[in-house]
Design a protein around this ligand. Structure first.
Ligand SMILES: [Zn+2]
Length: 319
């Protein structure tokens, strides 16, 4: 049997990562190259001539004399951690399919769980903002899903207490091969939530396939074509070919999240979903995810810790 190209790709081994990102100087050079790919540019006057204040690691503009730190205004500025620890966190977050808990990340980096949590959620926030405005196109499989809630003994299925509802949508080729994934928390599975989701996340030319759940007919209000495929119930529903990829993605998400995290606070669910979505959408080139996330990280305004911890942070509102 042919090996799965995604699962068996080489990725970036730990020794090669160490060679490329092992020292503070290497990581600093990578951040500078990411931030100023065409050479230094003064954020105040746009000047390109500079000198380096070596004692403080600052760039001084030759024209307006303003001093700029290469990490100022990026997520790396928000802690006093060495950049090489940030890059190790990026490595663990992007190169593992299951994600990594903050306890485990803290242990690997040699920092407290709280510090590891901050680093991880800042990186997840970068992932969330990077993909927030991209829309799926073409054929899209869509389904309702839930995270958390009662593990046993409680009410099961749709609407059980404590569960966080989210929409899972997979764009496929016309031959049915998966392309991109979109995971979005919704307040509930009602018509207005689905219209809102479709307007933000789906191109109006999408052809959406769903089961018979009533709210999904509302994708038509966002201009999308809609087809209902009846699935029956129970395990048979999960094997319906029309929903092969959305069901596969949901199976992987649930295995990853329940395997890695004991519980997820509902208010942080969007960032956990964003992490999974980000990795899935870049799964063909694992190694490239490190420079790509770095590129996005130096262009993401850091969210203060108190906001990161707050419930219901809407990144659009924050920006
Ligand atoms: Zn200047």
């Amino acid at each position: 049997m042919a090996r799965n190209v995604v699962q068996f790709q080489k990725g970036l081994s730990e020794p090669v990562f160490e060679q490329q990102y092992g020292t503070e100087e290497q990581c600093r050079a990578i951040v500078i190259a990411s931030r100023w790919p065409h050479g230094f540019e003064c954020p105040i006057c746009g000047g390109r001539q500079y000198c380096v204040v070596t004692t403080r690691n600052l760039y001084q503009c030759a024209k307006c004399r303003r001093q700029t730190s290469p990490i100022a205004g990026t997520i790396f500025a928000s802690t006093h951690l060495p950049l090489r620890l940030w890059f190790r966190a990026i490595y663990h977050l992007t190169q593992t399919k299951q994600g990594i808990s903050s306890i485990e990340l803290g242990r690997r980096l040699g920092v407290t769980q709280t510090t590891a949590w901050k680093i991880k959620h800042k990186l997840k926030q970068v992932m969330l903002e990077r993909d927030a405005t991209k829309r799926l196109t073409g054929r899209v499989e869509i389904d309702d899903a839930y995270l958390g809630g009662e593990r046993s003994g409680g009410k099961r299925g749709r609407g059980a207490p404590g569960k966080t509802p989210f929409v899972a949508a997979v764009e496929t080729t016309t031959e049915g091969k998966p392309v991109r994934l979109k995971l979005r928390r919704v307040t509930s599975f009602c018509a207005s939530s689905i219209v809102g989701f479709a307007k933000r996340s789906l191109d109006p030319n999408c052809s959406v396939v769903s089961d018979g759940l009533q709210c999904f007919t509302s994708v038509a209000d966002a201009g999308c074509a809609h087809q209902v495929v009846k699935t029956g119930s129970g395990p048979k529903a999960a094997r319906t070919p029309a929903f092969k990829w959305v069901n596969t993605a949901l199976g992987n998400i649930k295995a990853a999240i329940t395997g890695t995290y004991r519980a997820i606070n509902s208010k942080h669910v969007p960032r956990y979903l964003a992490e999974f979505e980000y990795r899935f959408n870049r799964r063909y080139d694992l190694a490239a995810m490190i420079p790509r996330l770095t590129w996005a990280a130096v262009r993401t305004i850091p969210m203060p810790y108190r906001l990161l911890k707050l419930a219901e942070v809407n990144w659009c509102a924050w920006q």
